[in-house]
Design a protein around this ligand. Sequence first.
Ligand SMILES: NC(=O)c1ccc[n+]([C@@H]2O[C@H](COP(=O)([O-])OP(=O)(O)OC[C@H]3O[C@@H](n4cnc5c(N)ncnc54)[C@H](OP(=O)(O)O)[C@@H]3O)[C@@H](O)[C@H]2O)c1
Length: 318
Amino acid sequence: MANKNVIWCDEKTLQKDISGKIYVVTGANSGVGLETSKQLIKQGGHVIMACRRVDAGEEEAKAFGDLKGSYEVMKVDFADLQSVRNFAAKFKAKYDRLDGLMCNAGALFSGDQAQYTKDGIEMSIGVSYFGHFLLTELLLEQLKKSAPARVGILSSVGHAGNAKNRYKVHFEDINWKNRKYNGVDAYCEAKVAVNLYAMELGERLKGTGVSTASVHPGWARSNFGGSGVMMKVLRVFLYPFRNSITNSNEESAQTSLHVLLSEDAPQHSGAYFSQHSVLYRDKECRKGGWPMTSPNPHAKDMEAAHQLVKLSRQMVAL
Ligand SMILES: NC(=O)c1ccc[n+]([C@@H]2O[C@H](COP(=O)([O-])OP(=O)(O)OC[C@H]3O[C@@H](n4cnc5c(N)ncnc54)[C@H](OP(=O)(O)O)[C@@H]3O)[C@@H](O)[C@H]2O)c1
């Protein structure tokens, strides 16, 4: 049974023939990224499924069957900036256009001990934001050349926080060296960075025909959160309510597909697009919106967005 609160793409968007168009979807072997890829291929697109585990991507893709479009699985690890550079170089050597980039890969690193990427960046923000920042910047010329083109980047309801605690990017301590680490807080801060980057890039690309968006996919029944005991218990507990509060991966891919394919999304370049979510602490946000105004002022602060991009250039050595 489908979740009745889901915002669906319109028929026109899901019927659009995108034959000849090239898309990159990161984290495409699982959950939201896998469903996003599948629908793009179904509509005739060629999708580069950017996965850190190529074998997992190939395995999942076997189930696509005889879809109209095509795919290629390519390796990238967002916890390693050299791997991102290698991916971009390989992509550019093979493809001379890019119609859509969906920066989808991300993970929550729970616990009270920070983990770090190969380049020494705290893992949540390293994977969800800095790795994707580098990838997007390295592929900008291809996107501009292929305009109209789109960039989406996966945020989360978590970025919003609540009225007493609005998450923000801690420029003075991005890597949690001087704060008590909390994996959930780190994840939510990383997603604030995502919203800010979509905004800044949207502003920077005005007039180029390349539009941007940040995306909350809803509460997806994906592999998010991993297979630890806590997640298993939570899944069992939630089972009776799954159709009223969580979404299938197909439902969760709708917002990404809207951003990549709809006629309307480019009119709101830089904005935040959200599926419905019972997890918003601000009740008025729970129905979601395409686009939607974030209740978090720190996620709408263009000055902070400029500061973030300046810092990001230094951190990824661009
Ligand atoms: N699920 C939700 O309810 C929810 C809610 C809000 C936002 N989101 C966001 O939605 C996005 C998709 O998540 P999902 O729900 O589809 O979760 P998922 O099923 O766990 O998929 C996450 C994908 O990201 C990939 N990934 C993780 N770390 C990576 C790395 N270092 N390099 C390359 N790829 C990496 C994973 O690869 P492996 O399979 O190799 O781990 C997997 O393909 C994430 O950005 C997540 O933060 C999800």
